[in-house]
Design a protein around this ligand. Sequence first.
Ligand code: 5AD
Ligand code: SF4
Length: 462
Amino acid sequence: MDRPRDEAPPGRLVYVETYGCQMNVYDSAAIVGLLGAHGWRQTDDPDRADALLLNTCSVREHAEHRVISRLGELRQRYARDGRRALLGVCGCMAERLAGVLVQGRRIADLAVGVDQYDRLAELLEIALRAGPQEPAPIAIGHRGDAHYVAPPAANPANNSHLVTIHKGCDYRCTYCVVPLTRGPQREKAPEVILAEVAAVVAAGGVEVTLLGQNVTAYRCGEALDFAGLLERVAAVPGLRRVRFLTGHPRDLSDRLLRAIGADPAICPWLHVPAQSGSDRVLKRMKRLYGRADYLRMVEKARAWIPQVTFSGDFIVGFPGETDADFRDTLELVRGVGYDTIFSFKYSARPGTPAARLPDDVSQTTKRERLAALMAAQDEAWRQLAAAQVGQTVRAAVEARARRGAGWWRLRTTNNRKVVLPLRDGAVGQEHEVLITGFKDTTFLGEAAAGPRARRGDGSCGS
Ligand code: 5AD
Ligand code: SF4
């Protein structure tokens, strides 16, 4: 029987390497699913693969450099073997640099952007047949209808299944390349999201993380905002916990904060990047909120969401950032009390509004500020963590801990890691845990009572 033209012969193997954010982790799973429908199978061994795909990130220059050197390394390795494995670039770098990577220097054999994965199988076939002189396939550009659904992962990180709820971003933070590489915000329909969550439960999952560049801006028509979507997801029968990433401080409305506090299945953990504590810098970043707005949001969240915890992102050395601006950032970090922060040196991204400003904070100053910010966070965290000792928290089993036989790693509903010895460490099961100490960002604990089996008995936010 004839195979359709774009179908791979049986046994073709694809190796996928993922860089960057959780959105890419989800997209890589979707890519494997889409290729699977055309006869491709995934391999963990690049040496066995017919095609190697790097799913890439453009958010900082360093991330792109890592991929370019990895492409060079893979190219050399297979050229030396006399074997030509196909090298493909997917994701944000494909959108931004297809011309350079594939046409100019021919570092890769194809480039496929974030809205074109449904064409990947066809393009791989074209690239596999093409001679070295023939033009390499490129598919980039944004489409409204391009939403992919990844099959539920067998062993998701942290036992939380990722579910992307939209693509792109309509904000215009001046440093950020995402609106260029991922395009405008386009929502996945609520029915599709709910079906995906139901599929996770059917596959034995108990927790999902709703994902998007800017999830809190989700809106489907007039009737459904992100708070409404969260409530509907949390109500999916059999689901015990829902988390979400990433929120924009401006969109953490009173309605949303109250909805999180009211539903025990919605985990009380907010990842809300502040980026800076200086009003002057926030304005130049076009973040659309000031320091006081951010602190007000934190205060309300603390009042309305029991046990809420915060994490965030910060950029140091944004153009024009003075010592006084940076001190405002340190003060914000000390004042909020984050569990974790991710801090980055500003990296000018071509095509963004900030790239037109002089990158006038020296590398040395950026390095010093980054170190000072991390030290301030460590100190603030130690105080926060010490106050937890003696408290009882609820946490779900994730995996065996490296500490020794009988020890397990659990995650609290508010996203803290805790290790403790357990007689029965069934993954996903919830336990009451007495916090006895901490080391770095991991708590030590002991079982305070028997396992909690089902949601509905207050699995989150207690
Ligand atoms: N330079 C440095 N960090 C950046 N981020 C986004 N763009 C840049 C940039 N140009 C950081 C922000 C964002 C996180 C994902 O990456 O802190 O929240
Ligand atoms: Fe980038 Fe700002 Fe959109 Fe976040 S909200 S993805 S930082 S433009």
